[in-house]
Design a protein around this ligand. Structure first.
Ligand code: SF4
Length: 368
């Protein structure tokens, strides 16, 4: 199949593995930022086929994973209220809050609906004027334009019964927080191709210049991932730190300008809490003053709702590459995809969930 088979060609993959082997002379730790890349790496065994010197660290780019537990509890509290239609993409329904998940609310009579676009939620609000319709707007820069468009249309159409529960996060501040962390081991980054398809590559140049760290914009098929790793390793071996684009068939320097304009119209940059990491300054989008009336947290008075993370969970260390998922004592025991204790087990794109799904039940500890 075009764009799939051709980027999974085993002959070309072997060539790339061989070249990475040939050019690598010392240890390097490369972080793939995106959960989709993590999934591709583990599913295809890419990390196991690389030379021992090249270690992949699984980053925080799984939007379901990094949505804080407190935000899930806010969603559950709103969805439980009478006369509310709570709309979400399907992957959030089984994410557990402190005591239950959205499926649990639905099974007790809550009107929780899976939608395939935030615009479906706008249509539901128009069709149900006596109900409050709430859309769970989570994700990275990739999902933000459509969510912004939904809010924009709701305002244009004068909808008074539509709100969004916003938990948007941004990649560049997360990369900066990782680079600045005193415990960081990351030598270079594979940036998330789909985020860059919206935002372009221009945001990453200042990070490369400031921290002298290579960033290569990378796709999601096996050859895309290998090409990204190859370009990072070439830079590291040659003492270079540059921004490169290994996903040119999708990503341009300036990105999708109309999408960026829509996001800027509806959202402002704000500080954001990341599950497993903590608060990162300027790492999220919140509704701007012009669209504050669509804020579900304010309308349903759940701003105060919060929840502590499990004190057993070591996902913060997983996300910084300090341990691998199977080095956590809870991995596969108290913590599994059915009973996730932390960020990186919550979604199938999380590193712990990927290790569990592909039976990486034990492995070589980090740094050995
Ligand atoms: S296995 Fe579970 S408890 Fe351990 S770090 Fe991963 S998510 Fe946290």
């Amino acid at each position: 199949m075009k764009y799939l088979d051709e980027f999974s060609d085993p002959v070309l993959a072997r060539r790339l593995f061989a070249e990475i082997q040939r050019i690598t002379t010392q240890k390097w730790a490369v972080m793939e930022v995106c959960g989709g890349q993590t999934h591709a790496i583990i599913r295809n065994g890419i990390d196991q086929l690389l030379p021992n010197e090249v270690e992949l660290i699984h980053g925080p780019g799984c939007p379901v994973c990094v949505t804080p537990l407190g935000m899930i509890d806010k969603a559950l509290e709103i969805a439980s209220q009478a006369d509310v239609i709570f709309c979400s993409f399907g992957d959030m329904l089984r994410v557990p809050g402190s005591a239950r998940d959205l499926f649990g609310v639905k099974s007790r009579g809550g009107d929780v609906r899976v939608v395939y676009s935030p615009l479906d939620a706008v249509a539901l609000a128009e069709a149900n004027p006596h109900k409050q319709v709430v859309f769970f707007a989570i994700g990275f820069e990739t999902t933000a334009p459509a969510n912004a468009m939904a809010v924009y249309l709701a305002k244009e159409r004068g909808l008074k019964n539509f709100t969004v529960l916003v938990s948007h996060v941004l990649v560049p501040p997360a990369i900066e927080a990782i680079v600045r962390s005193p415990t960081s081991r990351v030598d270079g980054f594979l940036a998330a191709g789909h985020v860059c398809s919206v935002m372009g590559t221009w945001q990453y140049g200042p990070l490369v210049a400031k921290y002298r760290v290579p960033i290569v914009v990378t796709g999601f098929e096996p050859l895309d991932v290998l090409q990204g790793i190859r370009q990072v390793v070439i830079q590291l071996e040659n003492g270079r730190a540059e921004l490169e684009n290994a996903y040119e068939r999708v990503v341009s320097e300036r990105g999708n300008q109309p999408a960026q304009a829509m996001v800027s119209k509806v959202f402002d940059v704000c500080d954001r809490q990341w599950r497993g990491i903590g608060e990162i300054s300027g790492s999220g989008w919140c509704l701007s003053d012009d669209y504050r009336e669509f804020d579900a947290e304010a309308r349903f008075d759940v701003v105060h709702v919060d929840a502590p993370e499990s004190d057993i969970c070591r996902s913060g260390e997983v996300l910084q590459g300090l341990i691998k998922p199977n080095e956590c004592a809870a991995f596969g025991q108290q913590c599994s995809p059915r009973t996730p204790l932390g960020a990186t087990m919550v979604s199938s794109e999380g590193a712990c969930a990927a290790y569990y799904q592909y039976r990486r039940l034990s492995g070589t500890p980090v740094g050995v």
